[in-house]
Design a protein around this ligand. Structure first.
Ligand SMILES: [Zn+2]
Length: 289
């Protein structure tokens, strides 16, 4: 067990309660990342394409994570700071814009709550430790990736690759697994989905997933080592298939509609980082191993 960075004398429950609002605020920032980062990427791809093709550049509205300030996507009225409090404002405004009454996307409070709960849980589990800090970064990046992949079917390199390096860095002194297992994990993670992709393509002529998925699994392998990869693949495929079938039964999605795989990988990866050893341990104990 890693030494705890700060001995506060606070109980795990008290720490978790203090961490919850921080998680909500981070969640509200993650919402901005989820909505704006893909737009920024598309703007820059558009600029590069126009430049490459020698087309006149269309003036796009400058967009960054900080600018312009938050406003209603429907009527453009700026959102007042007191209407921008995580979760509380959504409930208080009954999920509607004050100016035009357009419903506010449920994504905002959901992402905020998810981030708040996950942050509180990690601090509860790991205290104020280096391990907790790494787990928090891991969690927040996964939430952003999940949102972006869910909305835009995109897992940006700008996020999957730093996640991979961060995992290798964390394991330089074996925070989660020994470094050699992390390096093999990254390689095996990438290659396993890469081979599935090519086999699937050779057999069906279709592309079942994207290169972003390979990089995300490589990143998860870098964090948890190669031993965790089978569990992550089984969990994500199982939940993905379940959601797909339920979606078809409830007719919320068409058979040919592409479904992002990243959110399932991210969820399975998160479960594996927190409980992987326990899940594998209890699975093996069923067989008396
Ligand atoms: Zn509005």
């Amino acid at each position: 067990m890693l030494p705890t960075l700060l001995e506060t004398g606070l109980s795990p429950a008290a720490l978790a309660m203090a961490a919850f609002p921080l998680g909500l605020i981070i969640g509200s920032f993650l919402n901005v990342v989820i909505l704006r980062f893909p737009e920024q990427l598309k703007n820059s791809w558009r600029r590069e394409s126009q430049d490459f093709l020698g087309l006149p550049e269309e003036a796009a509205e400058p967009l960054s994570l900080a600018m312009p300030a938050s406003r209603c996507p429907s009527c453009g009225v700026p959102i007042k700071p007191w209407h921008n409090i995580p979760v509380i404002s959504y409930v208080f405004l009954r999920g509607k814009c004050t100016a035009c009454s357009t419903p506010i996307s449920i994504q905002y409070p959901l992402v905020e709550l998810l981030s708040g709960l996950a942050t509180a849980f990690i601090v509860y589990q790991f205290g104020l430790s280096l391990m907790a800090a790494y787990c928090l970064l891991f969690t927040w990046i996964l939430i952003a990736l999940t949102g972006i992949d869910y909305i835009d079917q995109l897992l940006p390199d700008q996020m999957t690759l730093p996640l991979l390096w961060l995992g290798l860095f964390a394991n330089l002194n074996g925070t989660f697994v020994p470094l050699n297992e992390a390096v093999i994990g990254a390689l095996a993670g990438y290659l396993s989905l890469w081979s599935v992709f090519w086999m699937f393509r050779l057999v069906t002529g279709k592309e079942g997933m994207g290169y972003g998925d390979f990089k995300l699994l490589a990143a998860l392998g870098a964090w948890m080592g190669w031993q965790m990869l089978p569990l992550i693949i089984i969990l994500s495929t199982f939940v993905g298939a379940l959601v797909g079938v339920v979606g078809l039964l409830m007719k919320t999605r068409e058979k040919q509609m592409p479904m992002a795989f990243g959110p399932f990988l991210a969820m399975a990866g998160w479960l594996a980082l927190i409980w992987g050893d326990k899940i594998i341990g209890s699975y093996l104990s069923v067989f008396g191993l």
